[in-house]
Structures are given as C-alpha cells and as structure tokens.
Design a protein around this ligand. Structure first.
Ligand SMILES: [Zn+2]
Length: 341
C-alpha cells in the first residue's frame, strides 16, 4: 500500500522553472544542463524501482516513494522505503550507465562510460549509513527500538555492467539489478517472520514519516549565482518567445504576434515560488508580471486558490504543496532529448 507517492522532486521542478525563466542565451549553459540531466536520470531510476514494486502488490507493506528526514540538524534522503511489522527495507536507486567497478577493499565505486572514468562514494557504505540514520531517527523521534532494517542498492538500467574483483558476497547481496528486487524482498519476508511492531506502532511510524518528511528545496539562483539580469522580465509569449506579454481585457497579449493567453500568469507565479520565495505579495506579483495595477494582481492571486495570511499590503500568498505543482510543464531547452540521458 503506497503511503507516499512520488512526484517530480522540487529539484527537477526548480531546474525546469529555471530553464523557462533564463534568457535564451543562458539556457544552454553546460554545467546547469548536466546537473539537470543527472537529477533527471536519478528520478528515472527511482521510477524504475516504483514500477518494480508495483508488480508485487503486497498489502503487508507500507511504501514510501522518497522520504527525507532529519537527525541532529542533518537530513538523510531515502529513495524508497518499505515498512512492515517485521522489518524495514531501504532502497537506494542508481541509474548509472556503462561499467561499474566496486572495490570492496577501498569501498570505492568507479564508473566507466564512453571511455571516461569517474569515481563515486561507496553505495554500500551509503546504504549502511542510511540504515543507521533511520534506526537513530526511529529511536530519537518516536522511541521505536528493535525493528530490523535492511537496505538494497538497485541498479535500474539492465545494460549497466556491475563488477567486483573480490567476488564479495556482501556486495552482490546488496547491490542488485532492478529485476532481482522482488526475489530479494521475498527472501527477506522468509527471513523475518516475527512481528516486532504492533499495529498501533506501525501506524505511528507511518504518521511520523508523513509528518516529518521534508523534501529538499534547492536555491538554484544562489547556487549558480544567477541574478535578475539573467532572467526574463514578465511573461514570455509561448508562441513567439518575446516578452513581456501585456495585460489587456482579462487576458495576456503578445505585442509581436498577437497571441493571447488568459492564464499565462499561472506558470510564472508557480515558477516564482520554485526559484525565488515560498510566498508572494501583491507588489512582488506586480513586479513579476510587469503590471501596475494592484487590483489586477489581487484578482490574479486570488484566482489561484493559494493559502493566504495578513491583510492589505502585508497579505502574503503561499506556494502550493509539492504534489500540486504541474508535472509536465513546457521546458524550453531542447538541447538534449530523453534518448541522450
Ligand atoms: Zn508572441
């Protein structure tokens, strides 16, 4: 039973907002594009795990598709988690191409792809550390002790080659292909037969997971040192690319091609939430949309059904929850296609 569904994470939504907001000449920046494609590849790997788990409908598990929790001021991120009354399974998805070579002695992972070698921290140690962090979190936050925690690293692309020169059984039991995920879970259900948690505790863990889950919201403008001069001012015309569109008779009109779109502001305000701030005021909205009328900004903001606090000039409108952001908005950088992932 899925208790927490995966949506596009903030980090990907934020990159897509950034591509929409950057002036055209900055959109093809290699560093930004590469970072975006890496996150997108990771997301695709996580979706592969979701799919595999969906082929094994298991009422005895609660499934959490992505969970980010905090222990001692530090967050730890789990790609997928299965909770049962007998054990917990942490799943870390790796979507990496080429050949992966794991050295059990040094704990180092080397990826060779298109003749380029790249080193990574040990996914095994990473998974072990997640087990410890989760165990600590369960004790500290909700006083739950003694539930066995297992972890697996899933290589989501079947064409990836995994090698381990030491033939280390720990490695081969821990880092597996997505196709082996369900047989591994079945093995674990045979291994753990004892009910460690009663129903009440199980539900209190579920409630705590949902309550304390804090998805990461990156600040991309700060991270890449992007300022207002790099960004498009006002609404860009979807049809011809010029900006800003003008507000006329309850719609947005392009001066150049006369394209009209009555709801063109919605995407821009949502992008503002993703890139600038989790709240917006009337005056910030006017600046964003390049309009003078406070009344128009008021009407527009109210039409979006956002949570609001304060009155008059102090009124603030709040960003919707992660799952309410549109998942498939237009992304203007066509430099790479999905096939080049
Ligand atoms: Zn136009």
């Amino acid at each position: 039973m899925i208790k927490l569904h995966r949506t596009k994470p903030y980090v990907i939504l934020c990159y897509e907002a950034l591509f929409r907001r950057l002036k055209e000449k900055y959109r093809n920046n290699n560093v930004i594009n590469q970072d975006y494609w890496n996150y997108l590849a990771g997301y695709r790997g996580e979706q592969t795990v979701d799919y595999k788990l969906s082929t094994y409908p298991q009422k005895r598990f609660f499934e959490y598709q992505s969970l980010r929790l905090k222990v001692n001021h530090n967050f730890f991120q789990i790609d997928s988690l299965l909770l049962s009354s007998k054990f917990i399974l942490i799943i870390e998805a790796k979507n990496m191409k080429g050949e992966l070579n794991y050295n059990s002695d040094s704990g180092h992972l080397t990826q060779t792809y298109k003749n380029v070698e790249k080193g990574y921290q040990s996914p095994i140690l990473q998974a072990n550390s997640q087990e410890m962090q989760l165990s600590y979190w369960l004790q500290q936050v909700i006083s739950v002790y003694g539930i066995p925690i297992e972890s697996l690293v899933i290589v989501s692309d079947p064409s990836t080659i995994i090698k381990n020169n030491q033939n280390d059984p720990t490695f081969y039991n821990k880092m597996i292909y997505a196709d082996n995920l369900i047989p591994k879970i079945k093995e674990m259900t045979i291994k753990y037969t004892k009910n460690v948690l009663n129903k009440n505790i199980l539900y209190s863990i579920n409630d705590a997971f949902l309550k304390y889950n804090t998805p990461l919201k990156p600040k991309l403008l700060d991270y890449y040192n992007i300022n207002e001069n790099h960004l498009i001012k006002g609404i860009q015309c979807e049809n011809c690319g010029s900006y800003p569109m003008k507000r006329m008779y309850k719609t947005w009109k392009c001066d150049k091609c006369f394209y009209a779109d009555p709801t063109a502001h919605v995407r821009l305000i949502l992008d503002y939430f993703l890139l600038h701030n989790a709240t917006i005021t009337n005056s910030e909205c006017r600046n964003l949309l390049q309009i003078d009328s406070g009344k128009t900004a008021y009407t527009i903001l109210n039409s979006m059904n956002l949570t609001q606090t304060g009155k008059n000039k102090a009124r603030k409108y709040y960003a919707p929850k992660l799952e309410l952001f549109p998942q498939d908005s237009f992304v203007p950088n066509k430099k790479k296609t999905i096939l080049q992932l």
